[in-house]
Design a protein around this ligand. Sequence first.
Ligand code: ADP
Length: 274
Amino acid sequence: MDITFEQVTHVYGRKTPFEKRALNNVSIHIPSGSFTSIIGHTGSGKSTLVQHINGILKPSAGRITVGDFVIRANEKKQNLKALREKVGFVFQYPEHQLFEETIIKDVCFGPMNFGVSEAEATKRAEECLQLVGLPSQLWHRSPFDLSGGQMRRVAIAGVLAVRPQVIILDEPTAGLDPMGREEILSLFKDLHERLNLTIVMVTHNMSDAANYSDQVIVMDGGKPLMAGAPERIFSQVDQLRKVGLDIPETMEFLNRLLDRVGKKETIPAFTINE
Ligand code: ADP
């Protein structure tokens, strides 16, 4: 599903002393089937931006199109349930939302909430728990017996079991160690490739954005500053540092980036701010 923002503005606490324009006339395009990373300094509007994609937030002005769904400012009657069935949202620390007495019941909750029968939901839950690599001997245990990384997989299986076409990830690796991070991101990369899922990931980790996505959008002060392929975005290191982004100088990061760039016909200038 193609996602388009047209002149979208979002103001929190309108006409209060706390009024804050978190998005300012944003126009962006996220192509169907892409893996897009949204990067930017804290407070630049990343979370606000992605929460418009499944209607958690409504725009104060402008419109968002997600496939056939259109979300406009001031529109009262909207079929958000149908939109949310297509756009899954993995919140930060999604494991905090687990609540059922068994893992399998927790994963069934999402699809059953969208009207899927218990038998079908169970079938999907088993499929998705397999997809996220959770051993079947754990499925009938309490989710609270699991490690943090395993609980996160269960929460992700719950989102996948609804069978969305788009998945929004808000800092999906927050709090995980490097191995857990790599595992979760490889899982999404694999799902993206196998199921042609469109993925939109908010991240503060530049290596993750460079390694896993095919499009990067840089937010700054409620506006997109740049958008494009990671090799193009990360070749503008000086500009990224100016907007407060932490670009690592480790050889590992540069080598991986140069590896990717090397596969393209044109090699953009790569400058490092010493
Ligand atoms: P990011 O995800 O890039 O850190 P956010 O989208 O969370 O940025 O926030 C953008 C701006 O909007 C920030 O200045 C933040 O303080 C403000 N903001 C976010 N959520 C709210 C809210 N619920 N009420 C008021 N202001 C908010």
